[in-house]
Design a protein around this ligand. Structure first.
Ligand SMILES: Cc1cc2nc3c(=O)[nH]c(=O)nc-3n(C[C@H](O)[C@H](O)[C@H](O)COP(=O)(O)OP(=O)(O)OC[C@H]3O[C@@H](n4cnc5c(N)ncnc54)[C@H](O)[C@@H]3O)c2cc1C
Length: 315
């Protein structure tokens, strides 16, 4: 993939392979002092550490930036390998084409947009969204979806072909395809053994306002994995996290005090309902809500595919 537009004339070394980061180890003060010295210092982190790749190779670092995103399930659990990716998309297209009664579990942006796309392409299919909360996302209502069940949930991955699935509240739903859209979880398994742990109970990374990882000097985190009270969105990274991390890393490497803090960024969300509509929210002042016309123009018509391809240098 030509990342020329993303990196320009990047002067560093890019390891661009199928290798995954298996584990990260911070250097402890004990490591620097050597055996017998500084008893009790083993759990105090000094700057830097090692990345252990899944090939076993060890890559030392002075600064590391963690941006491993979310783990998804079902239709949005896209594989990394190009061949598998295409097959994944094709197989879900086949399943949706063949199904008549589709239940979508989760009424967040992914569930709503999936319902909208299906109804746009196949208006006669019956699509039901089951949402665990009292409202969808907020009061966004995709009027093209045939049915919405609020305050109820589907647990696990029940088989829906042979018999109706049972919801938490005891409803029975007949369907021939179940699509889960219950949101992602933090992709931070490789940090499980990091001591002291900077992870919350749900696996999100605790950070200081500089976006440096708690207890680990020289380690920064951004994107979906960060434990911040905000919606996980690409927009939060490009309009907020990235700038703070880059400036602080440069100051850190120059031995200066880090002065840039992340204080949140403006909320903007556009949720498509098929190619022709949707709703958008801009969190400025008292908050603005825009309907079909604006959302169609901003996102629904193209899903911004061309803009993203252009940013990556793929056009
Ligand atoms: C269906 C869907 C629609 C969305 N629509 C929008 C939208 O309209 N607007 C918006 O702002 N946001 C949207 N989002 C959210 C947005 O995609 C995420 O917030 C954003 O991608 C998070 O960026 P990230 O850099 O944290 O992680 P990612 O984009 O997930 O990138 C993480 C990268 O790290 C790699 N990686 C993971 N683990 C390892 C490892 N151990 N070693 C090496 N590499 C690893 C992964 O392969 C991946 O390339 C959407 C998400 C979904 C699922």
């Amino acid at each position: 993939m030509p990342y020329t537009k993303v990196f320009g004339n990047f002067p560093g070394k890019i390891i661009r392979t199928k290798i995954e980061v298996a584990r990260i180890r911070s250097r402890s003060v004990g490591d620097l002092l050597g055996p017998g010295q500084g008893v009790g210092a083993a759990n105090v982190c000094a700057a830097g550490g090692d990345v252990i790749l899944d090939t076993g190779e060890r890559v030392p670092y002075d600064v590391i930036i963690l941006a491993t995103g979310s783990i998804w399930e079902g239709v949005v659990a896209f594989p990394n390998k190009p061949g598998e990716y295409v097959e994944h998309v094709e197989s879900w297209r086949r399943k949706i084409r063949a199904a008549q009664k589709i239940v979508i579990v989760g009424g967040g942006p992914v569930g709503i947009e999936t319902a909208g796309e299906i109804k746009d392409t196949y208006p006669s299919k019956e699509v039901t969204i089951v949402q665990g909360d009292r409202l969808l996302l907020n009061d966004v209502y995709p009027d093209k979806a045939s049915k919405i069940i609020l305050d109820d949930a589907v647990k696990g991955h029940p088989h829906c072909m042979s018999r109706p699935i049972k919801t938490r509240e005891g409803r029975e739903l007949t369907c021939d395809l179940l699509i889960t859209a219950r949101g992602g979880g933090a992709n931070t398994n490789y940090l499980k053994f990091l001591k002291p742990t900077p992870l919350t109970d749900r696996g999100y990374v605790k950070v200081l306002s500089t976006l440096e990882v708690l207890y680990h000097p020289g380690m920064f985190a951004l994107g979906d994995i960060v434990d911040l009270p905000e919606v996980k969105q690409l927009a939060k990274i490009s309009l907020g996290h990235a700038d703070v991390v880059v400036k602080n890393v440069l100051q850190y490497l120059n031995g200066e005090k880090m002065t840039h803090s992340y204080r949140g960024s403006t909320d903007y969300m556009a949720i498509c309902v098929g190619k022709g509509g949707g709703v958008s929210f801009l969190g400025l002042w008292w908050g603005f809500v825009f309907g079909d016309f604006f959302t169609r123009y901003m996102k629904s018509r193209t899903l911004l595919v061309e803009q993203v391809r252009d940013t990556l240098g793929l056009s």
